[in-house]
Design a protein around this ligand. Structure first.
Ligand SMILES: [Zn+2]
Length: 276
């Protein structure tokens, strides 16, 4: 069994109403950090789980209808927070990023893809097919900005089918990315088509990066739901609720595993600045 190291970092944030994130919460503005995982694998090298925002977001949302995305989502981002800038400070060149696991194709997870020219992309086939070729309205509806995908995306992607793999009693099929149990992927449907979560095996503890299958820890702790308005851009409300139920069962059965909801500020504040 191979162990990797993991850091949780953020590349920008957007603000949103807490009342939308959590149905019965008070109406105050909260930050949704766009976090990503920086993973070091002893043989495979540098791997990212998502990439957060980049300054490209502002370019890509200048023209209609993409501008609607920027109008409804207040993004705060600066150049220093881009994933490549953060890697440079760590002495990691863009070419050294070998793999990027893309949880799903919402723009706040894809910002850095164009800056990492040697990386192989790993995503679910379902997720990619749900955005492939989409532009204009049909892209905006899926919170997808097509300019975030490199032109050679298809030559560099490994699409995961989730048709075979170890069966986890709660999470279903687990795909072992490098056949060494370092990183195992599962499907977490509902928020976005074909969204993936990742179980990460570090020497310190095991992590479960659940992307947007829950925005806040309260969601999987109590099965509390976001406000119904978010159904407008969720792929399937019923599948979202089913995934949340499974996450709660997993959380209860595996209290030693650190669950990381991508946008949960409390989780980020706890983990930031540490290398596990
Ligand atoms: Zn999302």
């Amino acid at each position: 069994m191979t162990k990797v190291s993991l850091e949780i970092r953020q590349a920008g944030f957007c603000t949103a109403s807490q009342h939308h994130a959590l149905k019965d919460a008070e109406r105050k503005t909260i930050r949704f950090y766009a976090t990503f995982g920086l993973i070091h694998h002893p043989e495979k090298g540098c791997i990212l789980f998502d990439t957060g925002y980049s300054m490209r977001f502002f370019e890509e949302t200048k023209s209609f209808p993409y501008s609607l995305y920027a109008k409804t989502t207040a993004v705060v981002m600066n150049k220093e927070e881009e994933v490549v800038s953060q890697l440079a400070l760590l002495g990691i060149e863009a070419d050294q990023v070998k793999y990027i696991i893309i949880s799903h194709f919402h723009a706040d997870h894809l910002g850095g893809l164009n800056d990492l020219p040697k990386a192989t992309f790993i995503c679910s086939r379902k997720a990619y097919e749900s955005v492939k070729g989409k532009t204009g309205w049909s892209a905006v509806k899926r919170a997808f900005l097509p300019g975030h995908l490199p032109a050679d995306f298809e030559q560099r992607v490994r699409l995961i089918d989730f048709t075979s793999g170890e069966q986890d009693p709660v999470l279903g099929i687990l795909v072992d990315v490098f056949n060494d149990q370092a990183i195992q992927l599962c499907l977490l449907e509902g928020h976005a088509r074909g969204q993936m979560g990742a179980l990460i095996n570090t020497a310190d503890r095991n992590f479960f990066l659940i992307a947007d299958a829950a925005w806040l820890k309260e969601h999987y702790e109590t099965e509390a739901l976001p406000h119904g308005i978010v159904r407008l851009f969720f792929d399937s409300w019923n599948e979202y609720k089913a995934s949340l139920k499974r996450l709660r069962r997993f959380y209860q059965a595996n209290p030693e595993v650190e669950m990381v909801a991508c946008h949960c500020r409390e989780t980020f504040e706890k983990l930031k600045g540490k290398r596990f």
